[in-house]
Design a protein around this ligand. Structure first.
Ligand code: SAM
Ligand code: DTB
Ligand code: SF4
Length: 312
């Protein structure tokens, strides 16, 4: 699809855009269900990369408490608790530039093995990696690898100087070659234009196969990072992104990811109507606040919706 064709969808009159997105959504998904996923930051901060949005980069003073790789048993306890709260997917993130073949990676493989053994879907996001490492994750029971392209190539290279957009694509290729599912999305609200957003979506359409899961994060502005003072994206623009993603990727999960603490319940309801069908629960994302388990269960009840895979 050309950028102009994608832009034409994105710019449809709002009722038409939402009607189309919802129609596609109900053809492929149960519109009453939302998948609850839990994030666990297994290694926090002191990252050598300079991603301008990220509180975990060592370049910015964000007051973040740096933590080395967590203990395997502590991670497994967290996963058991998340499962008890309705999460069916456990996503472990490490502030690494890349995976190294060392004892830390061996410990991550143990975590993956343990969480998979509890019957949860396991997703990890560890930075760049090669096919061999991706295969080891797969053998340990990992289902999905998260690696975002974050924005259009042009815009990406104004946001991060320590790596190239094409290196992101290489990692995603390695993940595919190993037979893992791909979770790949981006961030809106970093000062990009709507055309940058369109090119970001177009880049995803060119992946073959397209990602099974597409997180749409709203920038969480963190003091100390270069993007700390950016204004939020107008809510209706954000909803247009969700709806356009749903139309372009009928069978992919669209994840309403970072930034929900700044969104009203009404805005989140609109995002679900536009086709978002997954979110991160818990008090924290990786390092920034998140609405929390009880808020999200209340929201599901208020909307007459259900947590996907929940017993009751
Ligand atoms: N270090 C690995 C990497 O960069 O792929 C994995 C962890 S990194 C924190 C995962 C993703 O979190 C980033 O690609 C970005 O999309 C998202 N993220 C980080 N900081 C954010 C922020 N302040 N607001 C919204 N999303 C953010
Ligand atoms: C993704 O796209 N969003 C999640 C997950 N993948 C790993 C991370 C959001 C992090 C937001 C900033 C923070 O809490 O540090
Ligand atoms: Fe490091 Fe990932 Fe944050 Fe970039 S987004 S600074 S690679 S943790």
């Amino acid at each position: 699809m050309t950028p102009n064709e994608i832009r034409a969808i994105h710019d449809l009159p709002f009722p038409e855009l939402l009607f189309r997105a919802q129609g596609i959504h109900r053809t492929h998904w149960n519109p009453e269900e939302i998948q609850f996923c839990t994030l666990d930051s297994i290694k926090t901060g002191a990252c050598p990369e300079d991603c301008a949005y990220c509180p975990q980069s060592a370049r910015y003073d964000t007051g973040l408490k740096i933590e080395p790789l967590k203990d395997v048993q502590a991670v497994l306890r967290g996963a058991a608790e998340a499962k008890a709260n309705g999460s069916t997917r456990y996503c472990m993130g490490a502030a690494w530039r890349e995976v190294r073949d060392d004892k830390n990676f061996d410990a991550v493989l143990e975590m993956v093995h343990g969480v998979a053994g509890m019957g949860m879907e396991v997703c990890v996001t560890l930075g760049m990696l090669n096919v061999d490492q991706a295969k080891k994750l797969k053998s340990a029971g990992c289902k999905v690898y998260n690696h975002n392209i974050d924005s259009s190539k042009d815009f990406y290279e104004t946001i991060i100087s320590t790596r190239k957009f094409d290196e992101r694509l290489e990692t995603i290729d390695a993940v595919r070659q190993a037979g893992l599912e791909v979770c790949c999305g981006g961030i809106v609200g970093m000062g990009e234009t709507i055309d940058h957003r369109i090119h970001f979506l177009q880049e995803l359409t060119e992946m073959d196969p397209v990602p099974e899961s597409i997180p749409i994060n709203h920038l969480v502005p963190v003091e100390g990072t270069p993007l700390a003072d950016l204004p939020p994206v107008p809510p209706l623009e954000f909803i247009r992104m969700i709806a356009t993603a749903r139309i372009l990727f009928p069978k992919s999960r669209i994840r309403l990811s970072a930034g929900r603490t700044a969104m009203s319940d009404e805005m989140q309801a609109l995002a679900f109507f536009a086709g978002a069908n997954s979110l991160f629960t818990g008090e924290k994302l990786l390092t920034t606040p998140n609405p929390g388990e009880s808020h999200d269960h209340r929201l599901m009840t208020a909307l007459g919706m259900r947590v996907e895979g929940a017993l009751a």
